[in-house]
Design a protein around this ligand. Structure first.
Ligand SMILES: Nc1nc2c(c(=O)[nH]1)N[C@H]1C(S)=C(S)[C@@H](COP(=O)(O)OP(=O)(O)OC[C@H]3O[C@@H](n4cnc5c(N)ncnc54)[C@H](O)[C@@H]3O)O[C@H]1N2
Ligand code: MOO
Length: 402
């Protein structure tokens, strides 16, 4: 069929000029999962002093070169409160992990290698090399060191490092605000009582979860019936709220009550593309109000979610400054497949490791209303347009969903 845009071309058009959003400062306890907008440098040296790496005794290595050797314990150094004096010949200081190393000492004798004796004495049972069990000042980083680059995803290790470097706030890429509007007079919210001929709206929940996981803030615009004025009012609400992306659900096709494209263009949206060569998801629409991107997802629940995986996820990730590569794997067919037509198919399937190979077996029925098979699937088997019939065991590609 003419006029359907190939998936890769549609994706390239969608993402072509998307840049990460501007930055904002957030408190470090709110920064998990965000992306650094600027690199950060260490605001202090870590450790800030020579510190013990073990519980034991700070000693002069020469003193214990020929054990056993009795040493006089002249005090203790604990994490948070150092021993202020100096360790002289024949002396030791009780020391704990993380505590500053006292002046005069140059090694830490493990407490397992010592025996407490009478009258404030400790007997060293082993020799210890100079510098042993000491973390030198700056071992981890020095003040002024570049620690994390712009664009770094703030995962647990990056967050703890930023905190250790004494950053209470971090400059991060703003979260894209994704407004989600479900359309359709047949829809009621979960928990409401559907009237005759009505169904429960489902798409928005999965789409919102997917966008949030990719880094978005969600603005839920609820459900609007197939009514031009109400749809237009919702679109204006999204624009006034500063949405970066507006996602509409349903009403994207060609039916008399599929009003979304008409309402959006009436409100000033420049239509970029509509209808792509994929199954499910053919009626996908993309347009923009300036920098505000609009994705019109098809109403069929599986089509909505598959399009969200393929298009919304990379769009949100790119706006949020995140790196994103779909998890597409080389695999082998678990069942024969018929020749394909002009649309690229994303077939709900089960991918399993069998004897070191990833075997992908499609579910028998692929109607795009069937969420149960989408929830059961862990992969989408990708069938290229015009792919010839294939036998079980032939190579294929699979987009992993989980
Ligand atoms: N003559 C044609 N008819 C259709 C075509 C076509 O090319 N020619 N395309 C079909 C394809 S493919 C799809 S996909 C659907 C999508 O159409 P719409 O985006 O207009 O979706 P609706 O008609 O509004 O709804 C379809 C279906 O999905 C249900 N729905 C809608 N929104 C939700 C929601 N938020 N949660 C749960 N379910 C929802 C709706 O009740 C319908 O059952 O069009 C085909 N038709
Ligand atoms: O392309 Mo529509 O998405 O299957 O049913």
């Amino acid at each position: 069929m003419a006029g359907l845009m190939p998936v890769d071309e549609a994706l390239a058009r969608l993402l072509a000029d998307v840049r990460p959003l501007p930055s904002e400062d957030v408190s470090i306890d709110q920064a998990a999962g965000r992306v650094l907008a600027q690199g950060i440098v260490a605001r202090r040296t870590q450790p800030p002093f020579d510190a013990s790496a073990m519980d034991g005794y700070a000693v002069r290595a020469d003193d214990v070169a020929n054990p056993p050797k009795a040493l006089q314990v002249i005090g203790e150094s604990i994490a948070g409160k150092r021993f202020e004096g100096e360790v002289g010949p024949g002396q030791a200081v009780r020391i704990f992990t993380g505590a500053p190393l006292p002046r005069g000492s140059n090694a830490v004798l493990l407490q397992e290698d010592a025996r407490v004796a009478a009258d404030g004495l400790v007997e060293a049972l082993e020799a210890v090399a100079p510098g042993r069990h000491i973390r030198r000042s700056g071992l981890d980083f020095e003040a002024g060191d570049a620690l994390l680059p712009a664009g770094r995803f703030l995962d647990p290790a990056a967050l703890s490092l930023a905190a250790a470097a004494n950053h209470p706030h971090l400059p991060v890429v703003c979260k894209p605000l994704v407004a989600i509007l479900a359309t359709g007079s047949e829809l009621v919210a979960p928990g409401d009582t559907p009237g005759q001929d009505q169904i429960v709206a489902s798409n928005g929940y999965g789409v919102a979860a997917l966008a949030a996981a990719a880094g978005a803030e969600i603005l839920d615009l609820g459900i609007e019936p197939d009514d031009r004025a109400l749809l237009a009012a919702s679109v204006r609400r999204a624009l006034e709220a500063g949405a970066d992306v507006i996602v509409t659900l349903g009403g994207a096709s060609v039916g008399d009550h599929d009003l979304v494209r008409e309402v959006l263009t009436g409100e000033g949206m420049a239509l970029d593309f509509w209808k792509i060569a994929m199954r499910p998801g053919k009626p996908l629409m993309f347009g923009r109000f300036g920098d505000v991107r609009v994705l019109g997802l098809p109403g069929n629940p599986v089509s909505s979610l598959v399009c969200a995986h393929l298009f919304l996820k990379p769009l949100v990730a790119k706006l949020a400054g995140r790196a994103f590569t779909p998890d597409i794997r080389e695999a082998f067919l678990g069942e024969p497949m018929k020749a394909n037509d002009h649309r690229r198919d994303y077939v709900r399937a089960l991918a399993e490791q069998v004897g070191g190979r990833l075997i992908v077996t499609p579910f028998g029925t692929q109607d795009s209303s069937m969420l149960k098979t989408l929830a059961a699937a862990n992969a989408l088997l990708i069938r290229e347009p015009h792919a010839p019939a294939a036998q079980a065991g032939e190579p294929c590609r699979a987009l992993m969903l989980r």
